[in-house]
Write a protein of this length. Structure first.
Length: 262
């Protein structure tokens, strides 16, 4: 009489386990690389889009000022705002800017209450004309111009020292109620004691490749503003728009040229 003997299940050999682990490792490595590449690409797109969005906002701010302008100073105009560190022309090594030669745009805006312009005074600033200027210099110059730890300070970034910042300077002209007497700034007392304020950083210098022109002023006082953004990191360089594309461009036409006044 024969006895029943159940079949024994065959286990995995050590070699089969090692081969399975090797295959699993290869698949996992491929997945990790694909996932990392996807995240890296998404990060590049996000950083480039952020630069582009910041450039668009800066251009809209400048365009809004231009549209309000009572006067846009033409190319060739020499402008000396004051001797302050945030208004100095570091690119030319001078306290004077030349419109059309230097990256500078300057204009006069009407009063917030233009119907009262003849009542302009220090106690009634809303009735006064206003001076606005936009100009660029190196990010490293900005770092040296503002006090470390102040609200205006930027973090040091040696990889981007040569990129530009664009500054905004504004001053209410409480010294006159006759706009016909307003001349380009030449360091007068009315302009002292006021700092330039940062509008945007990581701007590509206009003489770097591909070249472009930050401000172009036409004979009719309309202004074309172009921007290219550039940010260097330890891994790569971000550009907005891409190097092969045209610069981000906006054109604005003043609507208040010579309106009002004596």
């Amino acid at each position: 009489m024969s006895s029943y003997q159940p079949k024994r299940s065959r286990g995995f050999t050590l070699l089969e386990i090692l081969v399975s682990m090797l295959i699993l490792g290869i698949i996992s490595l491929a997945f990790i690389r694909m996932f990392s590449t996807t995240l890296d690409a998404a990060g590049r797109i996000a950083d480039s889009n952020q630069l582009l969005q910041e450039a668009q906002v800066a251009e809209r701010i400048m365009a809004a000022r231009i549209k309000l302008a009572w006067k846009v100073f033409p190319p060739g105009t020499s402008i000396k705002i004051n001797n302050g560190a945030t208004t100095y022309n570091y690119l030319a090594g001078s306290d004077t800017w030349v419109v059309g030669t230097d990256p500078m745009l300057a204009m006069i805006l009407p009063p917030r209450k233009p119907e009262n312009y003849q009542q302009c005074s220090a106690t009634n600033p809303d009735a006064c004309f206003r001076f606005f200027a936009y100009y660029a210099f190196r990010r490293s110059d900005y770092l040296s111009a503002v006090a470390p730890g102040s609200a205006e300070a930027l973090f040091p970034d040696s990889k981007n020292d040569s990129t530009w910042v664009i500054m905004e300077y504004r001053r209410t002209l409480t010294n006159t109620n006759d706009p016909s007497t307003i001349t380009p700034p030449n360091g007068e007392a009315i302009y002292t004691g006021t700092k330039g304020r940062l509008l945007i950083e990581y701007v590509q210098p206009q003489d770097a490749s591909p070249t472009y022109t930050l401000f172009t002023i036409s004979p009719d006082s309309s202004v074309e503003v172009q921007l290219r953004m550039l940010m260097n990191t330890s891994k790569r360089t971000y550009r907005a728009p891409p190097k092969t594309d045209a610069p981000l461009t906006i054109r604005a036409v003043p609507r208040n040229l010579g309106v009002g006044g004596k």
